[in-house]
Design a protein around this ligand. Structure first.
Ligand code: AMP
Length: 369
């Protein structure tokens, strides 16, 4: 991953892939021009690397020149194209091939066609290393295309973000999400995850997702999901993975532009941990840590029975259901400690003390991430 100005970018197209694409284009064009000596026209600034690498691969005599247009501001292609350096030689009767680094909206290409409207060239063809079909809004034919790419901002190999990145020999794509901090707040039922999450989400401006809370909300509103989850929750058993994972995906999607997430009550199984990694990966992000509140069983039972007097939660009211939830935690959930430990992402925190003390202990871990 790289950072240019305020934005993060991830590796997208390797130098080798670019090299191969330019090689194919050079061969195709060489065949098509026959005995003509083509004039290659690079569009500055972006195309300087494309032109340089392309002409080195072109196996026949050719001429090379440039025109200079400017269209990008930040990460957006603008309508307003400035012609900074125009044509400086007579191209009457010549085979002209425009070499572009990238064609997205096609605005620059429209300006190129305007420039050539009154030139009496023999043929005018367009070649581009990168092409964004989803962004292209014009009808001009593109004769040679190196690599088709999705409509996401890229840098490198001549392409810049506000001046930076042109010198990178491969291509990077802007990250789906910018820099997120995501952690799993872990621990047995009654460890204080919900209480602490409330403080931490304020302090670090994060979105708190408690799967237990989402299930309870659905039960209260008698949704299909709530009805499905209720039978499991009432006994203190885990809701099936498929149901829980789909629900979590939907919650993350709803908050895709967050600074990060506190996951509370998720993951509880290995399958859920893997699903969470995949989900974060699809957002170009990751889980930074699992932070576990460690509290002895007897204290947990005491805390939960006390909470049951006011929370109205049926699973807090009965000692044997509480014991079952704690057993579920140790049987199915505590193994996740290994999952995150092997990635050096597990941090245990003493969960006994005042609320403020525990918040401080958790903050110390988060600040060090
Ligand atoms: P909690 O509020 O985290 O104590 O969760 C209450 C109940 O919701 C649990 O005992 C489970 O029945 C269900 N639940 C919450 N999160 C999950 C999860 N990640 N996987 C399966 N079941 C869950």
């Amino acid at each position: 991953m790289i950072k240019l100005h305020d934005k993060y970018f991830k590796p997208f197209i390797s130098a080798q892939q670019i090299n191969d694409a330019l090689g194919r284009m050079a061969n195709d064009i060489a065949q098509d021009v026959g005995d003509e000596i083509p004039v290659f026209i690079g569009i500055l600034n972006g195309s300087f690397m494309v032109v340089s690498d392309f002409v080195k691969k072109f196996p026949k005599p050719c001429e090379v020149t440039f025109i200079k247009l400017a269209s990008y501001e930040g990460v957006k292609s603008t309508e307003d194209i400035q012609r900074l350096i125009g044509l400086t030689q007579d191209l009457t009767g010549r085979t002209v091939i425009v070499l572009e680094d990238i064609i997205d909206s096609g605005n620059t290409l429209a300006e190129v066609h305007r420039i050539f409207k009154n030139e009496k060239v023999k043929t005018l063809k367009i070649a581009t290393l990168f092409y964004k079909p989803e962004a292209y809004k014009k009808d001009f034919k593109l004769h040679y295309i190196g690599i088709e790419i999705p409509n996401k901002f890229i840098v490198g190999f001549g392409l810049d973000y506000n001046g930076l990145g042109r010198n990178i020999p491969e291509v990077y794509q802007i990250k789906e999400t910018q820099h997120m901090t995501n952690f799993v707040l872990f621990g047995p039922p009654g460890a204080g995850k919900g209480t602490q999450a409330e403080f931490l989400k304020q302090k670090y401006n994060l979105v708190h997702i408690s799967t237990g809370d989402v299930f309870r909300y659905n039960i209260k509103n008698e949704t299909a999901l709530g009805m499905l989850a209720k039978s499991y929750m009432d006994k203190g058993d885990l809701v099936p993975d498929k149901v829980t994972i789909d629900m979590l995906n939907a919650e993350v999607e709803k908050n895709a532009d967050a600074n990060g997430f506190i996951f509370d009550g998720f993951p509880r199984t290995n399958a859920q941990a893997q699903a969470l990694d995949r989900l974060m990966d699809s957002k170009d992000s990751q889980i930074n840590a699992m932070i576990a509140l460690e509290v002895e069983d007897e204290i947990l039972v005491e805390r939960l029975l006390k909470r049951g007097k006011t929370s109205g939660r049926p699973d807090d009211a009965d000692k044997s259901i509480i014991r079952n939830r704690i057993t579920e935690y140790y049987n199915k959930t505590a193994i996740l400690r290994d999952y995150y430990s092997t990635q050096n992402k597990y941090f245990g925190v003493d969960g006994v003390g005042s609320i403020e003390e525990i918040t401080q202990r958790l903050s110390a871990v988060i600040d060090a991430l």
